[in-house]
Design a protein around this ligand. Sequence first.
Ligand code: BG6
Length: 482
Amino acid sequence: MSFPKNFLWGGATSSCQLEGGWNEGGRGMATTDMVAFEEPDKRGLKGIELSWEQLQYRKTHEDEFYFPKRYGIDFYHHYKDDIKLFAEMGFKVFRMSISWPRIYPTGIEEKPNEEGLQFYDDVFDELHKYGIEPLVTLLHYDIPLYLSEEYNGFESRKTVDCFVKYAKTVLERYQNKVKYWLTFNEINITLGSPYCGCGAFMSRSLKDEKNFKYQLSHNQFVASALVVQTAHEINPEMKIGCMICRLEKYPNTPDPKDVYQSMFESHLNYFYIDMQVLGEYPYYMKRIFQENKIHIDMEPGDLEVLKKGVVDFISISYYETYVCKYNPTLDLIDAGSLIAPIKNPYLQNTDWGWPIDPLGLRTTLNNLYDRYHKPIFIAENGIGCKDILEENGSIHDPYRVDFYRAHIEQLHEAIKDGVDVFGYAMWGPIDIVSNSTSEMSKRYGFIYVDRDDHGKGTNQRLKKDSFYWYKKVIASNGEDLS
Ligand code: BG6
């Protein structure tokens, strides 16, 4: 059994890591504009998690910092050339996000910024010129900074309203250019990184940590459900998906206690899909909320909104799997976080310590399909590597090809198992700024960008060996992985 005939091969990006043009075209400031490059000892998910005090300091001491996500790789000015390269690889789909503050600079304006809207019109037209389907994420971390500072981001329903207004604007505008949409990128990042996912600061909340984070999630679920309903009303042809950082959880041993722990931690990950696919709080969360004294503030009608706004498909990012060891005192937030603390002795790690697990992809796709019976789109899968640019401009990256070959083989197996996967967008087809570390030197792309961690370089685009390999994979619809 082969890959489906119209399988969507391609790559995925986000505006805050790719686009640049932060102070052009009427764009407002984004939360991600305040995330600075930091030296290795300060890195990790913490790097994207600003405190209120850090934010205020950075605003008044801008010169002391370099903010890579303001510049990305300057797709804003290079999109025609970049899309041409994607087309040369044979892309069928390009996943990108719209920068919310490019459309509504502070979030609260009554009218959208026409120049921002026109930019995305141009990008979508350019993609269609080559027969590439845009798949668009409405929010991939770049929240208008104003909403973060004034309303504590998604802690407030005011931000939910502004998000729905923004979504309605772009859904209406691009309904004939974009068929596939995602509401929030990795909606479950909120537990570990509320500033990144929601533009919210715990220190500005009256709630304790658990109440704060699960309230943020609730507000995002409601926002997502409202947007799904809006999209279907605007044009029933549009397909809206959720997007989760999927972590398949393995028990550390066959000890039933470890097996139980992996089930418990799996629930915390599935929770984010259950809410958007099944449209209600799942049974297992009731006890968890009760025992952790979590009370969600709801507005009248929220439960109906959740029920009505279920998504059309599931999308995931898949980078790694996770080992679970019985620990009855493990904090709820840690249990649901995206950072795997226990090393899996059967797996190799990337240079950034992420376990490489191709077979886990087949397992997770089967588990998802088994649970939901919904079409699945792989919205991200990839490996960050240190590449060497040779004197003659070539980049030899067999390690990247090995990674993708192994994962695509397992994806193929899952399809042969009968799982309905309709597309695969590897992460970062062109080198972009890393989300967690804000580095350029953590490279994912098939296309090299001559730019370093401090923003120095020519910005020239160069094809890596893997570029030609992926081109062959797409041309053969996944048959030729040699
Ligand atoms: C996902 C995010 O978590 O992982 C992307 O959706 C991110 O934005 C990707 O870039 C890879 O992570 P990183 O930190 O290596 O860029």
